[in-house]
Design a protein. Structure first.
Length: 364
């Protein structure tokens, strides 16, 4: 699963990417510094994994991860190929969710492509380009569906009504994710089109260090602008986060956070938010050789969860032995959980819950 970092040129995308992934994408004070997308595998912070490690004391520990893609900056006219528009749009279409970085700080030494700071305008600039591209895709589908609908085909007529409603929304400067649709309408008619503004979005308000906790008037404006969009907003002092990430010792990083009044790096909050944005959750396997966090979709059943380890586990699934994380933590070991009667045996229909500690029985 991939989340793409997008935004206008020079808003802090590559700095954020470097901070999250410890990769070293080029970062400089001029537009289009990033041209080819950079991809980083980012660890999802999870204190439960640390607790399981201390209880089980395995040979190795493997956390959950998310792919983060740093995509070239987009400018006005990108939907018509301006700047690096076509390349940007192709790259973003391949992601599952969008992390949209907005500049929410004043600094005369850092160039803004529009010569002034206005995060709501910047957000509208990118949204408009994405909406125009989605309209192109929608119009192609509409043309085909209209022909079928004119023959009296009921299914085509239903699809036509939904597509026209979405087109009206896009023409009114609404992202597809902000248009009211039933689950059936979305699944049957909209999801197959892979529209860009249908992707879930997390807005990152890039602020100065003084605004890292409380935000500022720019952040307030962004929250108001996206309140009807079913989107998440995270406040992050990206340059400061980069300074924290550059420190080698845990103690130094913690002292830096304490000075700022932060409990944890904002980058950790952002990664978990991106994980949730992708509708992902974690289950664990815990044994002497390995304690591992496995990434699955929210709503996955036990066989689907087993299939993440190996397809044979799903094909030959017999049952799952399940321990709730809270029970594992409170009793201290698998053996003591069993003694307390807290281990459950679940079948094929069991929907895995976030934090479950699981063993699978299978036969191939």
């Amino acid at each position: 699963m991939k989340a793409g970092i997008v935004g206008l040129p020079n808003v802090g995308k590559s700095t954020l990417f470097n901070c999250l992934s410890n990769a070293k994408a080029q970062s400089a004070n001029f537009p289009f510094c990033t041209i080819e997308p950079n991809i980083g595998v980012v660890t999802v912070p999870d204190t439960r994994l640390t607790t399981l490690e201390s209880l089980v004391q395995p040979e190795r520990v493997q956390p959950a991860t998310v792919d983060i893609v740093d995509i070239a900056g987009l400018v006005r006219g990108a939907s018509k190929g301006e700047g690096l528009g076509n390349q940007f749009l192709a790259n973003i279409r391949e992601t599952d969710a969008i992390i949209h970085v907005l500049r929410c700080f004043d600094n005369d030494n850092i160039i803004h492509v529009d010569q002034s700071v206005d995060p709501v305008r910047d957000r509208d600039t990118i949204d408009m380009e994405l909406q125009l591209k989605d309209l192109e895709s929608l119009d192609k589908r509409l043309e085909r569906v209209q022909k079928t609908a004119r023959t009296g085909n009921k299914e085509a007529q239903q699809e036509l009504a939904v597509l026209q409603r979405v087109k009206t929304g896009l023409e009114s400067a609404k992202a597809v994710r902000a248009i009211e649709l039933t689950d059936k309408e979305h699944t049957a008619y909209i999801k197959p089109l892979q529209l860009i503004t249908d992707k879930p979005v997390l807005y990152v308000c890039n602020v100065d260090e003084a605004s890292a906790i409380a935000g500022n008037h720019y952040v307030t404006a962004v929250r108001e602008a996206v309140k009807d969009e079913k989107a998440e907003v995270v406040v992050l002092a990206v340059a400061t986060e980069a300074d924290i990430a550059a420190l080698e010792s845990f103690e130094d990083r913690q002292l830096f956070l304490d000075d700022l009044g932060l409990e944890e790096p904002g980058s950790s909050v952002l990664i978990r938010a991106a994980y949730t944005l992708l509708k992902l959750q974690t289950y664990f396997t815990a044994g002497e050789k390995e304690v591992r966090a496995w990434t699955i979709n929210i709503g996955d059943t036990a066989p689907q969860a087993a299939g993440v380890i190996h397809t044979d586990f799903e094909k030959g699934f017999i049952r799952a032995e399940v321990i709730q994380y809270a029970d594992f933590e409170s009793h201290g070991s698998e053996a003591k959980v069993k003694e307390a009667g807290k281990m459950r045996v679940e079948g094929k229909d069991y929907v895995v819950q976030d934090g479950d500690v699981m063993h699978f029985r299978f036969n191939v």
